[in-house]
Design a protein around this ligand. Structure first.
Ligand code: SAM
Length: 273
């Protein structure tokens, strides 16, 4: 990632008073972000994954081989370092979450359509956002924007409990089915407006927003524990910057990172439509 700006704010819900600006050079989340994304338990996940071989111009090798290559060529080589994140990305079968028409692109270095006009992020973006959360095994996590459930399954490998919320009911239902079939009992899918968080299950140690917001939703900050961490893309509809917020008592410290492009967070604390 290139430049990172840090600002410190008083009060979990009000963004703006005491500001501390630090410019740092970061190279990690960066390189592939702009324009690319339109948008623990290691033994638990039992995949009924199927194995395919593609040699017709798409990725070659079995899906397991493609996954291993994705981890080396798209993640490790671009600076993803957390061994638990790399292990989760090596294990969760992305092919199970996407349409059969796109199977041969399951490990492509790009987002894929998932229905309802939405996308699943490219593998690197998923890994970079999850790594930015600094996950710990006892964490309770909220993901806003379930989409296919793929990222939630990755989070489920790294946390004690994951709640994930999706505004499109058909996507929420499909993700719930896939996660149940794969055996992810600590991942719970809810249908609703995640820009308001999930107050009935709060507080959370970590919150990941997988859609672009016009500003950091106050409700999400309010639902973080003291010491908690929120990762959210913030900007306009065309492009955003990944924001990483740490909640420290009554203050929040926000670092802003490189440009990215996500589908909009639509809801009461997001975009209107
Ligand atoms: N994490 C997902 C995955 O692994 O497939 C991909 C997320 S996709 C980039 C963004 C998702 O956020 C879309 O499915 C979209 O419908 C959802 N979304 C947008 N606004 C939302 C809101 N207010 N509450 C819940 N989900 C929302």
């Amino acid at each position: 990632m290139g430049n990172k700006t840090e600002s410190r704010r008083d009060g979990a819900g009000s963004h703006g008073t005491r500001k501390l600006q630090i410019r740092l050079n970061m190279s990690r989340l960066a390189a592939t972000l702009l324009g690319r994304d339109s948008e623990a338990r290691s033994t638990r996940l039992s995949s009924n994954m199927f194995t395919h071989i593609f040699n017709d111009g798409h990725a070659a090798g079995t899906l397991e081989e493609q996954r291993a290559r994705m981890v080396e060529e798209q993640l490790r080589s671009r600076g993803i370092r957390d061994p638990r994140v790399l292990a989760a990305m090596s294990k969760v079968p992305r092919e199970e979450f996407i349409a059969s028409d796109d199977l041969r692109d399951a490990y492509g270095d790009h987002p894929l359509p998932i229905g309802a006009g939405q996308t699943v992020s490219q593998p690197y973006i998923v890994a970079a956002m999850v790594e930015a959360l600094e996950m710990q095994p006892p964490d309770r996590v909220l993901e806003v924007g379930t989409g296919t459930g793929y990222e939630a399954a990755i989070l489920g490998e790294l946390a004690a409990e994951v709640w994930t919320i999706e505004r499109h009911e058909e996507l929420a239902n499909k993700a719930r089915e896939i996660l149940a079939r794969l055996g992810c009992p600590n991942v719970h899918v809810v249908h609703g407006d995640g820009s308001l968080g999930l107050p009935e299950q709060a507080p959370f140690d970590k919150i990941l927003v997988a859609a672009g917001a016009p500003r950091i939703p106050d409700s999400l900050v309010a639902q973080l524990v003291d010491g908690g961490r929120l990762v959210v893309p913030v900007g306009n509809r065309a492009e955003q910057q990944v924001h990483i917020l740490r909640k420290l008592g009554s203050e929040t410290v926000v670092t802003t990172h490189e440009l990215c492009r996500f589908v909009p967070l639509v809801g009461q604390e997001g975009w209107e439509s």
